[in-house]
Ligand binder design. Structure first.
Ligand SMILES: Cc1cc2nc3c(=O)[nH]c(=O)nc-3n(C[C@H](O)[C@H](O)[C@H](O)COP(=O)(O)OP(=O)(O)OC[C@H]3O[C@@H](n4cnc5c(N)ncnc54)[C@H](O)[C@@H]3O)c2cc1C
Length: 477
């Protein structure tokens, strides 16, 4: 990892740009040709698949790249990444604002810089990224069907890491009444059009949804000279990071209307305005609060959906709260040898935690290939009072404990989100009646992921194998 000194900072920054200019992305063509050659080599011997690799990672976003690096560094060298877009980096390519890497790298980078940092590490290890290649199917047996300009290939993996990220919820999912004019964008699409393609999307803007993407786009559009009339949030609180509310709304005098939604869309051809309205506690529109705002652009920032179609097709169980796979502490799904990490597993607020989670999945996949994953008892984790979900949803235990084992000494982190904003609170993690850990926080918000650790050796001598680990929240003030 890099250290945080200014000198290193500048040097690293120079390296990013140098690297992006000189080397980055130039190998794609060659790599796709390599895939064709690999196919020819393998098809002579094997009918079921064309190519074989120890570990295949789907998605070259921050999760996929960190997972591949971790797998490689944990002694499995035959790792490849499949990416449907023409360049690696995932969503970070369009996030030109800073705020990435504070926790992980001790500095604030832009999205492309953070991605370039990981891409450099991928290339240093000679891990191939097959860009312009879409995974169209995966099976329980870890055979992946991919398609690119050269045709369709089947790849057999010993372990598979799912890192496909997520997509945005669209207008169709919201059922907002009104006409169908142009000028309505999902926030991420607008971000891509402005930051990557150089288009202006509009001049008078209303944003629905105060998650981080909506907040960041409010600032971005203001910087581009647009007038952001309002950010409307249907919940009585924002799920965005506190720092984004200050830096993206307050600093630009953009009003945030809580418990408010877009009740109607007006305009033919181009959007002419929206009617906003307050909602009651059941999210029903309060008619007398309706207010018309003239605008030519509406951005929808109303949630992200993990891209789990491939996961579901492979018969992997999905958690109803995270909309991602059910995983254990190694991020292994219920299908042995298939791992998941990043936004496809749970929507993250910070990329730093995406990278942390991906490192766990990468190590897990490497250990699986090296036959080092051998848990025998599964303990489930469940959300208690005030907690929406807990991840991992299950923990593997070795039945016979050997106190010298690395496994015995390890710490396991539980990640979770609270159901609503709280003031001072206490978290208690219990296995049955036994308290495993507690933590006090001065506040908590559903927009910010929480973490608490437990020790594997505290799970020893579990009396009842049906006992569950519960994370509970208690309000202190
Ligand atoms: C607008 C916005 C602003 C953000 N701001 C911040 C911020 O300020 N600070 C911060 O820390 N974090 C921020 N984040 C969050 C952070 O960017 C994400 O958490 C992170 O990018 C998720 O990484 P990922 O690798 O899981 O997914 P992604 O980055 O989405 O990458 C997934 C990759 O998988 C590929 N893929 C998907 N399906 C297939 C397939 N079938 N075949 C092949 N490839 C496939 C996709 O093309 C993509 O490249 C922001 C996110 C957004 C959207």
């Amino acid at each position: 990892m890099i250290d945080g000194t200014d000198k290193t900072k500048n040097k690293d920054k120079e390296n990013f740009y140098e690297y992006t200019k000189k080397e980055s992305y130039q190998q794609e063509k060659v790599e796709n040709e390599n895939m064709e050659i690999e196919k020819e080599l393998y098809t002579e011997h094997n009918k079921e698949y064309d190519i074989e690799h120890d570990i295949v990672v789907i998605g070259a976003g921050p999760a996929g790249m960190a997972a591949a690096i971790s797998a490689f560094d944990n002694n499995v060298k035959d790792v490849v990444i499949i990416e449907r877009e023409e360049k690696p980096g995932g969503i970070l390519k369009q996030c030109i604002h800073n705020g990435f890497g504070l926790h992980k790298l001790g500095r604030e980078l832009t999205g492309p810089e953070y991605a370039a940092y990981y891409e450099k590490m991928v290339n240093e290890r000679n891990i191939k990224i097959y860009c312009g290649t879409m995974v169209i199917d995966i099976t329980k047996n870890k055979i992946i069907t991919v398609q690119n300009k050269d045709g369709i290939f089947k790849i057999k993996a010993k372990a598979l890491i799912l890192a496909m990220g997520c997509r945005e919820r669209s207008r169709g999912a919201l059922n907002i009444p009104g006409t169908r004019p142009s000028g309505i964008f999902s926030a991420g699409t607008a971000q891509k059009l402005i930051n990557c393609k150089g288009y202006s999307v509009g001049k008078k803007v209303v944003i629905l949804g105060s998650g981080d993407i909506g907040l960041i786009m409010a600032r971005r559009l203001s910087l581009e000279g647009a007038k952001v009339e309002a950010v409307c949030e249907i919940m009585p609180y924002s799920v965005g990071l506190k720092r984004n509310i200050t830096q993206c709304l307050k600093d630009f005098n953009i009003p945030l209307y809580l418990s408010t939604t877009v009740a109607e869309i007006h305009g033919s051809g181009r959007l002419e305005g929206v009617t906003i309205a307050k909602v009651d506690e059941n999210r029903n529109i309060i008619e007398e609060t309706k207010k018309y705002i003239p605008c030519d652009t509406l951005l929808l920032s109303v949630g992200l959906i993990p891209e789990n179609e491939l996961t579901k097709n492979a018969g992997i169980s999905i958690d109803n709260f995270t909309n991602g796979a059910i995983v254990d502490e190694n991020r292994q799904t219920e299908q042995s040898g298939i791992f998941a990490c990043g936004n496809v597993l749970q929507v993250h607020d910070l990329v730093d935690y995406v990278s942390d989670e991906a490192e766990i999945a990468g190590k897990g996949a490497a250990d699986y290939v090296l036959n080092k994953l051998n848990g025998q008892i599964i303990i489930k984790t469940v959300p208690g009072n005030g907690v929406r979900y807990v991840l991992p949803q299950r923990i593997n235990l070795i039945y016979e404990y050997n106190k010298n084992r690395e496994d015995y000494k390890r710490e396991i982190s539980l990640f979770f989100r609270v159901t609503k904003p709280f003031g001072k609170i206490k978290y208690t993690v219990k296995l049955g009646d036994k308290v495993l850990n507690t933590a006090i926080r001065l506040k908590a918000s559903p927009g910010e992921m929480e973490k608490i650790t437990i020790k594997a050796n505290d799970l020893e001598k579990i009396s009842n194998k049906d006992e569950k680990i519960t994370v509970n929240l208690e309000e202190l003030s």
